[in-house]
Write a protein of this length. Structure first.
Length: 280
């Protein structure tokens, strides 16, 4: 079969099949690149403009995507009795804890119903510590808070972090622990002020400085299917070439079987005559 494949026409056919397969592979790569789409990048300067929290988010509702990463401000007070340490947080490659404290927002809408409280609170990630003993109490009195508004994290299932600890900044878990009405997100603080003066963080409490989050990746399954389809086409082009070579080889074998045996041609055989009968 190799002799058949080395015929000039089949060598040319192989070159054409390889070129066609290459085009199909390039189309597959193009479709695969389009199958992974990002949300619009967070480059809107409006998210860096500080806006009042009460105008960006409403308690008792779902967290809107448009409010994510927005820099917000709020006036209120911390409750030192409502503070947890969220474990497993990295800062400069070192694992530590976020200090998250409940913040009562002045002028926030009050919720109504069973379990609702007179004030509406929001969890505030005030900073990072390497050791739980380094987490001191929050500043007292009326605080003017500025920070980045972020959606609630998903709770970690089947994990009991222990008293005064949490595995995630999950609003659903925190409001059950603190027994308060809360906004559906939390604030990563960038500054705290009292009576117009910025308060310095304790030396052991490191600022978070969380930037706007990168866009989410979404999979376009139709484009992913097309990318696989082009790979199949590339393989099919090579299969068609091989099949045509195999058919040519089979025809050659059949033609060889149909040719007469030329070792003893019939025209050269001597004539066989009957012996003459002897008359008595």
């Amino acid at each position: 079969m190799l002799k058949t494949a080395l015929k000039p026409r089949w060598i040319a056919g192989l070159i054409f099949a390889l070129l066609l397969s290459g085009v199909f592979v390039l189309l597959s790569q193009w479709q695969f690149g389009r199958s992974t789409q990002s949300d619009a990048p967070v480059d809107d300067p409006a998210v860096e403009q500080v806006k009042p929290l009460t105008g960006q988010l409403q308690p008792g509702t779902f967290f809107p995507g448009s409010a994510s990463d927005q820099m917000v401000s709020a006036k209120g007070s911390y409750d030192p009795a409502k503070q947890v340490l969220v474990e497993g947080r990295l800062l400069a490659g070192q694992k530590g804890y976020w200090v998250v404290t409940a913040f009562a927002v002045d002028g926030a809408p009050a919720l109504h119903g069973v379990g609702a409280t007179a004030k509406t609170w929001i969890p505030v990630a005030r900073g990072w510590v390497a050791d739980p003993a380094q987490a001191g109490p929050p500043p007292s009195g009326t605080i003017e808070l500025t920070g980045r508004l972020l959606p609630s994290e998903a709770p970690v299932p089947n994990v009991d972090a222990g008293a005064g600890r949490a595995s995630a900044v999950s609003v659903a878990e925190l409001i059950n622990t603190w027994e308060v009405s809360s906004y559906p997100g939390f604030v990563a603080a960038t500054s705290e002020a009292s009576e117009g003066k910025t308060l310095a963080l304790p030396a052991q409490l490191k600022p978070l400085n969380i930037p706007a989050q990168p866009p989410n990746q979404q999979i376009n399954w139709l484009n992913l299917f097309y990318s696989v389809e082009w790979v199949v086409f590339a393989g099919f082009a090579l299969y068609v070439w091989w099949r045509m070579v195999a058919d040519d080889y089979r025809r050659t074998l059949e033609e060889d079987d149909e040719e007469p045996d030329d070792e003893f041609p019939s025209d050269d055989l001597p004539a066989i005559t009957k012996p003459e009968q002897v008359k008595p």
